[in-house]
Ligand binder design. Structure first.
Ligand code: CA
Length: 236
């Protein structure tokens, strides 16, 4: 048994979901703490300093968004994965914009939960960047060479516009995190831009076409419908 096990705090008031998540995580050698309310979650967080938080938004005492605000107000960088019902697109967007890393739609399976947890922990380990020591980002056969500002797929250079390059690099720098439309637009075009989602979608479509992705493909970029985009992760 290793002593460096990651500590995960699960804040969820539904017994079956909480037990399910706890059982899966413990079976995979994570140390699990649980809380059933926002208030208790904040207490558990402060006394146990977990490495990651799984957070339900519909909690009996307060909105789970309050938990995210509490942490981010204190500049806590612990990754937060939101557990969300399928219907709450607006909630997901608000949670992500407040600083949650990612969300998992209920009901979720074992594989999905573990993949999202691993990705979020990996991001925090690399301090928000998957930049390798050689200054390159690699995903399958795609390589971003940051120094030379060149993208290649299987060794072939892909010609991107400045905007397309910036979008891809932004996503790559946030592996394991869903970026909302608003976040991407602000980061790529600046805070005063009002071109909106349409311009992003056009650029994204062109970018994905150049990467050889067909609609529905999830090789490099995943479209989180109605919410934003994420870069894929290599499965380890
Ligand atoms: Ca709930």
């Amino acid at each position: 048994m290793n002593n460096n096990r990651y500590k995960i705090l699960v804040i969820e008031d539904e017994n079956n979901i909480r037990s399910f998540a706890k059982a899966i995580l413990e079976a995979n050698d994570y140390q699990v703490l649980t809380a059933e309310t926002c208030g208790n979650g904040i207490m558990m967080f402060s006394s146990h300093r977990p490495d990651l938080v799984l957070l339900d938004l519909g909690l009996p005492d307060k909105d789970g968004l309050e938990f995210i605000r509490f942490l981010r107000d204190r500049q806590e960088v612990v990754p937060i994965l939101v557990l969300s019902a399928r219907t709450n697109e607006a909630d997901k967007i608000e949670a992500l914009d407040l600083g949650a890393n990612d969300y998992i739609t209920k009901p979720f399976g074992t594989g999905e939960l573990l993949a999202r947890v691993r990705a979020a922990l990996r991001v925090s380990r690399y301090n928000g960047s998957m930049l390798a020591s050689d200054g390159k980002f690699t995903l399958h056969d795609l390589v971003i060479d940051y120094d030379r500002r060149i993208i290649t797929i299987a060794g072939e250079e892909i010609k991107l516009t400045q905007t397309e390059y910036n979008i891809l690099v932004l996503l790559a720098r946030h592996t394991g995190k869903v970026l909302t439309y608003a976040t991407i637009i602000r980061e790529v075009w600046g805070p005063s831009d009002d071109g909106g989602v349409k311009k992003l979608q056009v650029n994204m479509a062109n970018l994905r076409k150049k990467l050889g992705e067909k609609p529905g493909d999830n090789r490099y970029i995943i479209n989180e419908l109605g919410v934003g985009y994420r870069i894929c992760e290599e499965t380890h």
